[in-house]
Ligand binder design. Structure first.
Ligand SMILES: NCc1[nH]cc(CCC(=O)O)c1CC(=O)O
Length: 322
């Protein structure tokens, strides 16, 4: 017997309300409808088989401070987890980059969609690449990872805090508040804003955040029906790559708000991993690489993290808790 979704009840997808979160949720809904035709159309006179419910998270409410200052785990996920445990939503769609390394009890993440471009994008009206920026140029970025890696290569540049959606950032660039900014290529693409990208930054120059460009879908651990529905949507390549990167992050006890970067790539079943930690001023960088079987993805991430912890020595991460 083939598994079928329960089409009697509405299947509710929970998401944040940001334009990117909604774009990712529409993509999820399309993939669901393609895999399960029953979910594509309402039965005659029936209720919509799939519904989207927008839920505000703490990260959406605090807009005036860098995320690294607000701190706390699950800034963009906690309220969605609560809605799922309460039964208000069946699944939730997340940027994997914003999902804490530990999920709450009762919630699992069994599905990742095919990964977008993992690179960061350089956005600037005055220069084509970071290398072309004149000394003293100001880059707007609230990401410690991006700031520290840029300062490592270009200590002559200045990095200032900068938040806001793409439109706000473009206006500030136009007004000359900053000379350049950086955003994930994945977000720009999913929003259809490729035209605003000045150039992609290669991963050899700026290593991306753990899980950058990946979409993850959570459900309740006891929801067998949701698990069956999500199974055909999972991209195993993305899942294995992100597993290695998140194992690295977990062992380092980091989040998307710490100057940690990692990228796993696949060539068949061979997984190559690069990991990096950097002091916020960009002065001290520790890097490592691994290569092995994708079956060992998690172990490779942990092993890489342990090498960097040893190399950095005690006290390297003190800035994170101070
Ligand atoms: N931390 C915010 C966040 N979470 C996911 C994305 C972009 C999409 C992605 O990386 O998957 C962004 C913004 C950005 O870094 O440009």
């Amino acid at each position: 017997m083939t598994a079928k979704p329960n089409t009697h009840a509405t299947f509710t997808i929970g998401t944040r309300g940001s334009p990117l979160a909604l774009a990712q949720t529409y993509e999820t809904r399309e993939r669901l409808a393609a895999a399960w035709p029953e979910l594509a159309q309402p039965p005659a006179g029936g209720v919509d088989p799939v519904e989207i419910q927008v839920i505000k998270t703490t990260g959406d409410m605090v807009l005036d401070r860098p995320l690294s200052e607000i701190g706390g785990k699950g800034l963009f996920t906690r309220e969605l987890d609560e809605a799922m445990l309460d039964g208000r939503i069946r699944i939730a769609v997340h940027s994997m980059k914003d999902v804490p390394t530990y999920l709450p009890d009762g919630i699992i993440l069994p599905c990742m969609l095919p990964r977008e471009d993992v690179r960061d994008a350089f956005i600037c009206f005055k220069a084509k690449t970071i290398a072309d920026l004149p000394a003293g140029s100001v880059i707007g970025s609230s990401s410690l990872r991006r700031a520290a890696q840029i300062l490592n290569r270009r200590p002559d540049l200045k990095v200032v805090n900068f938040r806001g959606n793409v439109q706000t950032r473009m206006r500030k660039l136009q007004e000359g508040v900053v000379d350049a900014t950086l955003l994930a290529m994945a977000g720009m693409r999913r929003l259809g804003l490729e035209a605003h990208i000045t150039s992609p930054i290669e991963t050899t120059e700026l290593l991306p955040a753990v899980a950058q460009g990946a979409i993850g879908i959570t459900c309740r651990a006891d929801d067998a029906d949701a698990l069956r529905i999500l199974a055909p949507l999972n991209c195993q390549d993305t899942f294995d790559r992100v597993t290695a990167e998140r194992a690295f992050l977990t062992r380092l006890d980091g989040s998307c708000r710490t100057p940690i970067a990692a990228l796993a790539e696949l060539d068949g079943d061979r997984l190559s991993f690069r990991g990096l930690i950097v002091s916020p001023d960009g002065v001290t960088v520790h890097t490592t690489t691994r290569s092995g079987s994708r079956a060992d993805a998690a172990a490779m991430g942990v092993d890489a993290a342990e090498e960097l912890i040893k190399a950095a020595g005690p006290g390297f991460f003190d800035f994170m808790t101070s």
